[in-house]
Design a protein around this ligand. Sequence first.
Ligand code: 6V0
Length: 332
Amino acid sequence: QTFFRSISNTAPPSPTKRHTKISVIGVGNVGMAIAQTILTQDLADELALVDAKSDKLRGEMLDLQHAAAFLPRTKIDASIDYSVTAGSDLCIVTAGARQNPGESRLNLLQRNVALFKSIVPPLVKYSPETILLIVSNPVDVLTYVAWKLSGFPANRVIGSGTNLDSSRFRFLIADHLDVNAQDVQAYIVGEHGDSSVALWSGISVGGVPVLSFLERQQIALEKETLEKIHKEVVQCAYEVIGLKGYTSWAIGYSVANLARTILRDQRRIHPVSVLAKGFYGIDGGDVFLSLPAQLGRSGVLGVTNVHLTDEETQQLKNSAKTILEVQCQLGI
Ligand code: 6V0
């Protein structure tokens, strides 16, 4: 019983692109911004949503389904039961506990670790071949936690890390130089947040290395100006949260951008949180932090060998130390 009567002698359907399924865990501000960007950018044939709050979850699912007439065709499902995620190519985790007034960061982290213990094992059970993309904060530590809980090889566990910080950085530099942010190559690496590291030596615009160009023109870009831009990158998340209560659009676009690179095997380089042990002299334990990594259909394909100054290397090592110290207190 189909709507159309079949027409005989028609050619068999041409081989279509591979069926793609994405699951988003957590339908809060961030999860929904990611979901809607995935839909508008036609990144999945199937989208599964999971949350602990069933009413909110169903409401969000219906609201998205009602936009079907304006969107590329995507099957949208939602359930509090993880079986809805079965066969996902990519699982994006945005679920997170909110910080209670007066609660320490460590306590919040411990609550999020407990939450991950109820999220990661069922995702792995229903999609043993999936790639896990962690967004919940503190993203670097929780990516490590997800890696441990999943038993996956490290190439299939990625944290959104400083992909967002780097796009804020590119926006600010573009604004400063009055160019298009898409032409600015600039990376923030290390911890997503306060101890992140700006790689000033590698910034280029349209292939022109910015610092050496300015030096040749004898335009001194003072260290203070550079530090001010980096500080603004760190501060602007707090500013947005202070103003509107949460951040959503930029993280939505930034994660959808990662989903595109991974699922379409684009092999682009993104600063994302990966198992960093052994790179750039980072040792002392298994730690996830952001490095410029090449991503594709099998997850992390490699880490780019960017030239770092001694100061940048040291800052990166300090970033690793900060994350490891927190991790040690978790007992995972
Ligand atoms: P939110 O709006 O409170 O949404 C969180 C959602 O998680 C809610 O809908 C909850 O019901 C759901 N949830 C809670 N517990 C569970 C559970 N056990 N199973 C399933 N769902 C659950 O938060 P928001 O969406 O604003 O932020 C989500 C997370 O993303 C937080 O940890 C943020 O700190 C983090 N962000 C990370 C960014 C990054 O760059 N990595 C950027 C922005 C926010």
